[in-house]
Design a protein around this ligand. Structure first.
Ligand code: GRF
Length: 209
């Protein structure tokens, strides 16, 4: 069973999911704390949030490397330096390569109910399809685009006047709460993966909390 006390969080933008994890981990009983924040670009609010919390940061830009494989190795090395139990890709707009995926468990969050609407425009694509219910998904990352084993999902109703921005903000309110809950439970209770099935906590005793 894996446990998740030390978190490295990866961001590409505003970092409100990161902020929710920073806020939760201020309480020692949460069971996990953010030990570093990484990004694929400079000048983003996510990095500023980390600095304001006194958390070390690093930036690895794909464009600084001759090949994607070199970036994959470089970011894996930066992450490894902080010895994470769990890497959280929270609005990180890159797919990690095998140097990271083979070395650490990576949790990802997505603003749609996978396997519907994977990719960078999950909210826009759900709206364009005319769905009446969408939501958010927390999953373990694999080499695909939002294809890893699902850990948790929560539904959000689409309202008639929603545009992408309004709907995404409503989803993000749910997404932050779900991510904080799941990371905390993974840290405190551990988790196991069997094929596509992810279970939090030890269920072998027949009773779970
Ligand atoms: C989240 O909805 C995440 O799922 C998506 O981008 C958003 C990031 O928000 N990929 P933030 O940077 O955590 O505020």
């Amino acid at each position: 069973m894996s446990k998740a006390g030390r978190l490295v969080v990866l961001v590409s933008g505003s970092g409100t999911n990161l902020q929710a994890l920073l806020d939760a981990s201020a309480d020692p009983s949460y069971g996990a704390r953010v030990v570093a924040v990484g990004a694929d670009r400079e000048g983003i609010e996510g990095l500023a949030r980390a600095s304001r919390s006194g958390v070390p940061t690093f930036v690895e830009k794909v464009g600084d490397y001759a090949t994607r494989a070199e970036w994959d190795s470089a970011i894996a090395a930066r992450i490894a330096a902080y010895e994470p139990d769990l890497v959280v890709s929270a609005g990180f707009m890159k797919i990690l390569g095998s140097p990271s995926l083979d070395a650490f468990p990576v949790l990802n969050t997505h603003p749609a109910l996978l396997p519907s609407f994977p990719g960078a425009h999950g909210v826009r694509d759900a709206l364009a399809h005319g769905v009446k219910v969408t939501g958010c998904t927390v999953m373990l990352a694999d080499a695909g685009v939002d294809t890893g084993p699902i850990v948790a999902q929560e539904a959000v109703v689409v309202l008639p006047d929603d545009d992408e921005k309004v709907l995404h903000e409503r989803i993000k309110t749910v997404e932050r709460r779900l991510l904080v809950e799941i990371v905390g439970r993974m840290a405190r209770e551990g988790w196991t993966v069997s094929g596509r099935s992810v279970r939090i906590g030890n269920h072998t005793g027949g009773e779970s909390t």
